[in-house]
Ligand binder design. Structure first.
Ligand SMILES: *[C@@H]1O[C@H](CO)[C@@H](O)[C@H](O)[C@H]1NC(C)=O
Length: 380
């Protein structure tokens, strides 16, 4: 950094601190309690304190998330990344003051490592033109309640951890089917996202013989919720329970087809479609059909710790992450993520309603599904 850049950097820091001070007293989420920010705010010699505090926070971080590094060199490198993520968290805190940003399980990854390992590349999330999904009809919004929480109503399974596998699309799809199955059959099953990851690959479309076709999902290298729903409805005819799938993993026949009528298939999709990008339609579909699969382009995942995200900041590139809407209050969505329970608000986040659609410039491609009712009523 040359002298000019350093002084620019210092004035930027000062600016950040000033805006931090002015927002600190009004924040409802107590981020002023964050020891690092307190140090910086109260100390005249912020730099040394920052470093000391960062060292302390890094060791706490390693303890909490069970992190260790093979070499001292790697450890030093990760500490540098950690410090830079403390700055990122502070920047995000200023941009997005209604949420809490800070140290998370992802604090030792560079933002580009994070995008690569957890979000896949934008290219993979862009739906090829030849994958068709029907448009959902417009629903009445008259009878829709002001608040709704499917987790509270027993329609949502525990938060899963996708690990270092770009499989958000599978977890989002499976959570929607779990909710729809609950609505149709009044039972909550843990369904197998792994089946979608393993099986909606080169077998995703029976009319498309070409292996590795763009219409197919790519396991841990990314995929589409649209293809996963189609795989369940048209190709496999259903999904196994998560436990049954893992115990059947060595079985060559685990990727069954619809025509196999495999008895291990316990839940299936009756129909699914894409909902118009409109917050009132989302609320109505949530109420009438259960949780929805949506994609977000928010950049805050890496530093998010809780509270509502109410500022829109887009990832660089065309990166999207699939998640599940499970409810709402007057102004926020309640969203289930797949980064484990030790991320965000016990694995969930909330987001201001309009931020999800970025006031009309971003289409979350919300998808609803209805499940097959197993105990069909007898028609006399
Ligand atoms: C939704 O319900 C769950 C389960 O009862 C609860 O933990 C969570 O805090 C609720 N979310 C909101 C935003 O009310």
């Amino acid at each position: 950094m040359d002298a000019n850049a350093t002084s620019n950097f210092s004035s930027l820091l000062l600016l950040l601190l000033l805006s931090l001070l002015s927002t600190a007293s009004t924040s409802m989420h107590g981020f002023i309690d964050d020891p690092l920010i307190q140090q910086v705010v109260s100390s005249s010699d912020g730099r040394d304190d920052l470093l000391m505090s960062a060292e302390h926070q890094f060791s706490e971080f390693k303890k909490e998330y069970g992190k260790s590094y093979p070499t001292q060199e790697e450890e030093d490198y990760r500490f540098g990344v950690f410090i830079s993520n403390l700055r990122l968290a502070r920047r995000n805190q200023i941009l997005d003051p209604s949420a809490v940003h800070g140290v998370t399980k992802f604090s030792d990854l560079t933002p580009s490592e994070f995008r690569r390992q957890y979000l896949g590349s934008g290219r993979q999330m862009q739906l090829p033109k030849d994958i068709i999904i029907s448009k959902a009809p417009i629903l009445s919004t008259d009878d829709v309640p002001n608040t709704l929480n499917w987790t509270n109503m027993g329609a949502v399974t525990s938060v899963k951890d996708q690990g270092i596998c770009n499989s958000c699309w599978a977890f989002s799809t499976i959570a929607v089917l779990e909710g729809a199955h609950f609505k149709a059959n009044n039972e909550l099953l843990e369904l197998s996202a792994q089946q979608l990851i393993d099986c909606s690959t080169d077998t995703c479309d029976s009319t498309d013989e070409k292996k590795g076709s763009k219409k197919c999902n790519k396991g841990c290298k990314g995929g589409y919720r649209e293809v996963a729903f189609k795989y369940i409805k048209d190709y496999a005819g259903g999904v196994m329970k998560a436990d049954d799938y893992s115990s059947a993993e060595k079985d060559n026949k685990k990727c069954f087809k619809k025509s196999d009528n495999d008895e291990r298939s316990v839940a299936s999709v009756k129909e699914y479609s894409k909902i118009e990008a409109n917050v009132d339609q989302y609320a109505s579909y949530l109420y009438h059909h259960g949780p929805l699969a949506v994609k977000t382009d928010l950049e805050y995942d890496q530093t998010y710790k809780g509270g509502p995200i109410c500022h829109h900041k887009k990832h660089p590139g065309n990166v999207a992450h699939a998640v599940t809407l499970v409810g709402y209050d007057e102004s926020h969505w309640i969203v289930k993520n797949s980064y484990g329970e030790n991320w965000g608000d016990r694995g969930y986040f909330t987001v201001c309603k309009n931020v999800l659609t970025n006031d009309g410039t971003w289409d979350p491609d919300a998808i609803y599904a209805d499940a097959v009712a197993k105990n069909k009523k007898i028609d006399f």
